[in-house]
Design a protein around this ligand. Structure first.
Ligand code: 13P
Length: 248
C-alpha cells in the first residue's frame, strides 16, 4: 500500500514562541501518528523545528531551496545546507514561488535535482490557475510542470507530487473530491508512462483549502495519498484533524 502523508506548509508564518507552542500542542494531542507527517517551515526556524521534533517521528521540511550548489549567491540556501541540519524533505515549485518569485519549470527541476543529490526528498508542487482550468489546459499544465522534473529525477527519489490547483490555494475554494481524483489519476498515468510500476509507489498529495471538515472525503479517493496543508496547518489541532482524515 502507498504511504499516506500529510505535510504542513507554514509559508511565511511563525515565531520561536508560536512554533514551540504549536509543537507542544501537537505532540500532546497526536498520540500514535496515523500517517507520515511533516512540517515545512521558514528556513530560519528549521534548526528549532528539528530540535523540537527530534525523536517524534515528525519530519521537518524546507519550503524551497536554491538552484545553486554553493558560492556567491547572496541570500540563497543550498540543499547541502538543509541536509546538514537534518532536513529530510523540501517543497519545490509551490505556486507562490512560481508566480511571485518567477521560478520556472527548469528552476524547479534543478532544485529537485539538487535536493536528491543530498538525500532530501523533493515534494514537487504542480497545478493550474483558474484561467488555465477554464481553458481546459489543466492536464497540459500539470504535464509540462511534472515532465520538467521527471527529466532529471526518477519517481522513486521523489518525496511526493502535490497537486495544488492555484485557484484553491488560500481561497476557501476546494477542488471537489472528484476533481482531485481526476487529476491525481492523470498524474499517476504520467508517472507510469515514464517509470512503470514505480508510479504506484509515489504519493500524490492534494493541496488547496484543505480543512478537517473536507479532508476525509478527498483523502478517500483512490489516487489521493494525503495532503499539503497551508492555512489549516497553522493550528496544531486542525492539522491533526486533517491527518486523522485517513479512512482507507
Ligand atoms: P491553503 O491550505 O491555505 O489553501 O494552502 C495550500 C498550500 O498552498 C499548501 O502548500
Amino acid at each position: 500500500m502507498r504511504e499516506q502523508i500529510v505535510i504542513a506548509n507554514w509559508k511565511m508564518n511563525g515565531s520561536t514562541e508560536a512554533n514551540r507552542l504549536w509543537v507542544e500542542k501537537f505532540l500532546a494531542l497526536c498520540g500514535d501518528l496515523t500517517c507520515r507527517t511533516a512540517v515545512c517551515a521558514p528556513f530560519v526556524y528549521l534548526p528549532q523545528m528539528t530540535a523540537l521534533l527530534k525523536g517524534s517521528g515528525i519530519e521537518v521540511g524546507a519550503e524551497t531551496v536554491s538552484t545553486r550548489a554553493e558560492g556567491a549567491f547572496t541570500g540563497e540556501v543550498s540543499a547541502t545546507m538543509l541536509a546538514d541540519i537534518g532536513v529530510t524533505l523540501a517543497l519545490v515549485g509551490h505556486s507562490e514561488r512560481r508566480t511571485l518569485w518567477g521560478e520556472d519549470d527548469e528552476a524547479v527541476a534543478l532544485q529537485a535535482e539538487r535536493l536528491v543529490a543530498t538525500g532530501i526528498k523533493p515534494v514537487v508542487c504542480v497545478g493550474e490557475t483558474l484561467e488555465e482550468r477554464q481553458a481546459n489546459q489543466t492536464e497540459a499544465v500539470v504535464l509540462r510542470q511534472l515532465r520538467a522534473v521527471l527529466e532529471r529525477v526518477p519517481a522513486d527519489k521523489l518525496g511526493a507530487v502535490a497537486y495544488e490547483p492555484v485557484w484553491a490555494i488560500g481561497t476557501g475554494k476546494t477542488a471537489s473530491a472528484e476533481q482531485a481524483q481526476e487529476i491525481h489519476a492523470y498524474i499517476r498515468q504520467v508517472l507510469a508512462a515514464k517509470f512503470g510500476a514505480a508510479a504506484q509507489e509515489t504519493a500524490i498529495l492534494y493541496g488547496g483549502s484543505c480543512k478537517p471538515s473536507n479532508a476525509a472525503e478527498i483523502f478517500a479517493k483512490e489516487d489521493v495519498d494525503g495532503g499539503l496543508i497551508g492555512g489549516a496547518a497553522l493550528k496544531a489541532e486542525d492539522f491533526l484533524g486533517i491527518g486523522k482524515g485517513f479512512a482507507k
